[in-house]
Design a protein around this ligand. Structure first.
Ligand code: HEM
Length: 381
């Protein structure tokens, strides 16, 4: 069945298909469609990556691999002595000595596998981005504007790998967990790369664009930026383990708005926004309320001024998503951050971010008055 001839035919089929679509007169549209599918796949993998990252955090697995070896680290330990060596390295860091003393090798393997999977997925995303990108460049399918955008996304991805290690390194010497600043930077950069990939993929859709007023377009963008800010506060809160400190709702520490002396007790003033658990949790709540209100007002505005078309559909999905996400946040808090709810809250945040990106991109694809989508980022240089 797999004789020389049939194997050659088997290998020749994809090459023939590739040639055929490259020479097709309507291939430009097809090329853009393939580039779009590829970017959507990248965004999908980033979504999975954020979930695995969240699981790595809630299972406290992030410091189990104390070295960063980009190539050789791809393989996990393959023998009992290899596992023992990895375990001994972990036993030398403060997290083991102060929090996990007495952990068994089996328990260590569980936290190791989470961190290893997270890193492996990072390498996979790098390959899934770079290899097709180089192929598309070589075939001349990607025009100048799109090319610079994609290189920028690639550079952000490379920076994310470095920031991941910078984050892990912060928990190896003196602390028993990673720095909340670095954790939040790592999550927010993942969200920015996700946003950029999905936005660019959506920009490649051909067809008529939705015409909307400057106010409607600006509000959609403000919701998107507020979502990113809210996710930053959420990640800081998670890093500070703030959900375990003030878990009452709607009051926080006995008041709807805590006294300024408590909100801004740290010196200098700016530190409160990053290190004061009360301030960060208060900011996370207030931004959630602002998002809910803005999403509903925006929905009404889109319905009134743009009509009941696709923009209304995405505004409705966005407002519903924000409401569900805020309710999940309250539940997570009231139940004192059980891992399944914490993970669901994190996953839903990415889903709502995706809704915000699709909606904002849809509304900003055309300038008011011009009904044609600017999709056609040129496909040939
Ligand atoms: C649109 C609204 C919201 C968004 C987009 C959002 C997003 C996020 C994100 C991205 C995280 C970080 C998760 C992680 O790094 O594991 C987080 C954490 C958290 N959020 Fe929200 N959130 C929202 C509303 C709320 C509300 C209303 C509350 C409660 C009143 C809340 C309570 C929490 C808590 C307690 C954590 C820390 C969870 C942990 O330690 O794992 N969130 N949020």
């Amino acid at each position: 069945m797999f004789g020389g001839q049939s194997l050659a035919n088997f290998a020749a089929a994809p090459v023939a298909w590739f040639r055929a679509i490259s020479m097709d007169p309507i291939s430009e549209t097809r090329h853009l469609r393939m580039v779009r599918i590829w970017l959507l796949a990248v965004a999908g993998l980033i979504f999975v990556m954020v979930l695995v990252g969240g699981a790595t955090r809630v299972t406290e697995s992030g410091l189990s691999i104390v070295e960063w070896q980009p190539v050789t680290g791809t393989l996990p330990p393959l023998s009992p002595s290899g596992w023992q060596r990895e375990f001994e390295k972990y036993q030398a860091i403060p997290q083991y000595r102060l929090l996990n003393r007495g952990m068994s090798l089996t328990e260590f393997k569980t936290i190791y596998w989470w961190e290893w999977t997270h890193r492996l997925l990072g390498r996979l995303i790098g390959a899934v981005f770079l290899l097709p990108f180089l192929l598309f460049l070589w075939r001349g399918w990607i025009g100048q504007g799109l090319r610079s955008r994609l290189w920028l996304i690639f550079a952000l991805g490379a920076a994310q790998g470095a920031i991941g290690w910078w984050m892990v390194a912060s928990g190896l010497a003196e602390r028993t967990e990673v720095s909340p600043y670095r954790l939040a930077t790592h999550l927010i950069l993942a969200c920015v790369i996700f946003t950029a990939s999905l936005w660019t993929a959506q920009r490649l859709i051909a067809g008529p664009a939705i015409v909307a007023s400057a106010r409607v377009r600006a509000t959609a963008l403000v919701v998107l930026v507020l979502m990113l800010l809210q996710m930053y506060f959420g990640a800081l809160l998670a890093g500070l383990r703030g959900g375990l400190v003030y878990n009452t709702w709607p009051l926080i520490d006995g008041a709807f708005v805590p006294p300024a002396s408590q909100l801004f007790g740290l010196e200098p003033f700016w530190r409160n926004w990053f290190e004061n658990v009360l301030t960060v949790q208060f900011a996370h709540r207030m931004t959630a309320y602002a998002l809910c209100l803005l999403a509903v007002l925006h929905l009404a505005d889109v319905g009134r001024s743009v009509g009941l078309g696709p923009a209304f559909g995405s505004a409705l999905a966005l407002a519903t998503g924000v409401g569900v996400q805020a309710s999940l946040g309250v539940l997570t808090l009231l139940h004192q951050v059980p891992p399944p709810l914490a993970l669901l809250h994190q996953a839903m945040a990415i889903i709502v971010l995706a809704l915000a990106v699709v909606h904002a991109e849809r509304l900003t694809a055309a300038r008011a008055g011009a009904g044609v989508r600017m999709a056609a980022l040129p496909s040939a240089p």
